[in-house]
Design a protein around this ligand. Structure first.
Ligand SMILES: [Zn+2]
Length: 252
């Protein structure tokens, strides 16, 4: 297909908003943003700065070449990850972040089988209340890295009594294959000071520590327990090593 000729102002507008983060000799991440994103948070309009990123095995700084390649890359067939930043994330001494794994059923449909939708909204609210912070929305993390179709199959097993971990293992998937490297590269571009991780998951803490990111602590995130997700949350604590919170743990 013939590439359209880009107008000079289109090129310069994008040049100012696309950063190249090198992650290997040839490969890297394009980071586009910030983009002003007003969000409805519990009825209040809160303005976040939004960035989206794309990892490629071969990267270039030539904007026309980037755009030329993307139009034929069929990107809608794949998910891209993004990050919502609030306040002066670069400079504030203390900033909470969340690495949120995509959950199609929980985040979009509001499924009560897990607590993801609740955690997503709650962490955005925590970041806003703190005055700064960032929510990374990780699009390749569906079903702890097994994908949506595989998660649906795992749900079939779970409906017959398998727990979350057993279901994955019986389908031949590892329990947790999530990778945080790209998100951490983006985080390091946006901020070099320590962050507080909003999570109940020690593996997320470990991934960040290993990357060399400065961590000042962890903020737990429990809540939204119902008859539908009580056993799922219990599995998270007993099988996946999620940290248990005395006051708010649903599974005491
Ligand atoms: Zn979920």
């Amino acid at each position: 297909m013939e590439q359209p000729i880009l107008k000079p102002d289109v090129i310069s507008l994008l040049k100012n908003k696309i950063q190249l983060i090198k992650t290997s000799e040839k490969g890297g991440i394009y980071l586009v943003g910030p983009i002003r994103l007003p969000v409805n948070l519990s009825g209040e309009t809160v303005v976040f700065q939004w960035y989206c990123w794309l990892a490629r095995e071969q990267v270039t700084e030539n904007i026309e070449e980037i755009i030329g390649k993307l139009s034929s890359a069929n990107l809608a067939e794949y998910q891209q990850s993004s990050v919502l930043v609030y306040g002066d994330f670069k400079n504030r001494e203390d900033a909470p972040i969340r690495m949120h794994s995509i959950c199609h059923t929980g985040d979009i449909f509001g499924s009560k089988r897990c607590d993801c939708g609740f955690q997503l909204k709650k962490s955005m609210q925590m970041i806003k209340n703190h005055g700064t912070g960032a929510l990374f929305y990780l699009a390749n993390h569906e079903g702890r890295g097994i994908g949506l179709f595989s998660k649906a199959m795992a749900y079939v097993l779970q409906e017959s009594g398998y727990d979350t971990v057993e279901a994955n293992v019986n389908l031949g998937f590892v329990d947790d294959s999530r990778n945080y490297e790209d998100a951490i590269s983006v985080l390091k571009t946006l901020r070099t000071k320590p962050v507080t991780l909003i999570t109940n998951n020690p593996k997320k803490l470990e991934a960040l520590k290993k990357s060399g990111m400065l961590l000042s602590g962890r903020t737990p995130l429990w809540g939204d327990v119902s008859e539908y997700n009580a056993s799922y949350l219990k599995t998270k604590v007993s099988r996946s090593g999620h940290l248990k919170e005395e006051e708010s743990c649903p599974n005491d």
